[in-house]
Design a protein around this ligand. Structure first.
Ligand code: G3I
Length: 410
């Protein structure tokens, strides 16, 4: 115990030690919340709500509503819960979640309308003809999206289509309507039911270039080419803790810009970063570097306006139950204390990254296309801070804008 503190105890005074100096201590302003910082950067930052019951926990509700300005139902809008019987729709829990968001000035994403998982038993029974499947899908989407018309800013219309393609026993859509035809049906019905909602295709492990992303790019390029009303791609971003540097951000940014070239938005929709338990300070720092990199990419991309985590407190994460041995994946711990991931996101929002370097401009087609179209702020002057403007460097005579990818043919 320090001497100053001992004196106070002896005197029995309920005053702060600083006040003994005479001048009143200025009230310390609370640091800005993530939602305040994100709003200043023109993006929404959010979290999945794990159930309606959790909203009854005052701490959960307070942190959710003060730190985030967009929410999503982790499970409650999926077929199995919202449409448990052919003629039964259950809106009790999702309505409570949407009402909470509205009461706190938060936007809301819908998740999801067609998936191979968490479907009700009645939907998987049959037999149903192809026409009946199309009617089921259209009726469900018209009903659910119609119920929330004008209230939800975004919908994940189709989730993980390639997994569904590989799992016909649980995916009535690809197996009976056909792939990618059912996506055309689903997006069209969603747009009919709520023309104001932005409609997303949502998938995982697409935060870095590779064959999985190429497959998704081909799929959504096909949708665009056919005039299907799709507005964006959701990057789920279920990641693992690892040391991330600028290359992680550049990877994600590259994919975001490739979608921008197709006229599509991107959203980070389900970010969490699993740690192999037990979590240590070093692992949590690595985890923070992943959160930072993905947020940097979103801030740099002109087409990323939504950054959502799959929960916010480790108390209610899906990971320990479904990935034994892993957890601690979210930015608040089980006592709602902010972790290094929280500090990394706050710092990134307060000190956003600059545009890609001149080196990227000269070597990466996506960066060249972005500079050329002015979306990263033309004219770009001296982004490397070395007195050299990109414009004075050798530039490609033709700017290779990523081409539209042909429709996926299976
Ligand atoms: O509701 C029942 C409960 O009645 C029962 O007692 C309990 C026993 O296990 O299970 C409960 O259902 C669980 C449900 O979550 C609600 O908690 C299911 O077993 C469990 O499988 C289900 O897991 C969800 C998972 O999707 C299903 O695939 C997770 O909560 C949810 O976070 C997860 O979310 C998905 C996204 O929708 C799509 N992207 C991947 C992401 C993570 O897997």
């Amino acid at each position: 115990m320090g001497a100053g503190r001992a004196v106070l105890l002896v005197l029995g005074l309920a005053v702060d030690i600083v006040a003994l100096g005479g001048a009143p201590r200025p009230a310390t302003a609370a640091p800005p919340t993530l939602r305040e910082l994100a709003a200043a950067r023109g993006i929404r930052i959010g979290a999945a709500i794990s159930s309606a019951a959790t909203l009854g926990d005052p701490t959960y509700a307070q942190v959710l509503s003060s730190e985030f300005d967009i929410a999503v139902s982790e499970n409650q809008m999926k077929w199995g819960l919202i449409h448990p019987a052919p003629a039964t729709y259950d809106y009790v829990d999702p309505d409570a979640q949407v009402a909470f968001a509205q009461a706190h000035g938060m936007a809301f994403r819908g998740h999801n309308l067609a998936w191979h998982n968490q479907n009700p038993a009645w939907l998987l029974a049959g037999p149903f003809t192809r026409d009946e499947r199309i009617q089921q899908l259209r009726d469900h989407i018209h009903t659910v999206v119609g119920h929330y018309a004008g209230q939800l800013s975004e919908w994940d219309v189709v989730n993980e289509a390639f997994d569904g393609l590989a799992d016909p026993a649980h995916d009535p859509w690809s197996s009976q309507i056909g792939f990618p035809d059912y996506l055309d049906v689903a997006f069209t019905a969603a747009h009919e039911a709520d023309p104001s909602a932005k409609l997303f295709y949502n998938d995982y492990l697409i935060e870095a270039p590779g064959p999985r992303f190429d497959q998704v790019l081909a799929l959504v390029a096909g949708l665009k080419a056919r005039g299907v009303p799709i507005h964006g791609v959701g990057f789920q971003a279920h990641q693992g803790a690892r040391p991330c540097d600028a290359s992680c951000a550049n990877d994600a940014l590259t994919n975001m810009l490739r979608l921008h070239a197709l006229g599509l938005e991107v959203a980070i929709t389900e970010l969490d970063v699993a740690v192999q338990l037990p979590a240590t300070p070093a692992k949590l720092d690595e985890q923070a570097s992943v959160y930072r990199a993905l947020l940097q990419a979103c801030l740099l991309a002109p087409n990323c306006h939504t950054f959502v985590m799959w929960g916010f407190t480790d108390t209610y994460s899906w990971i320990p139950a479904l990935r034994p041995g892993y957890g601690a994946a979210l930015p608040f711990d089980e006592q709602y204390q902010p972790k290094p991931a929280y500090a990394a996101m706050a710092d990134t929002l307060a000190n956003p990254p600059g545009p890609p370097s001149c080196a990227a401009y000269r070597t990466q087609p996506e960066a060249q296309a972005a500079f050329a179209s002015g979306i990263l702020g033309a004219p770009l002057l001296d982004p490397d801070g070395n007195g050299v403007a990109c414009e004075s460097l050798p530039v490609p005579t033709t700017v290779p804008v990523p081409s539209v990818v042909p429709a996926f043919t299976g």
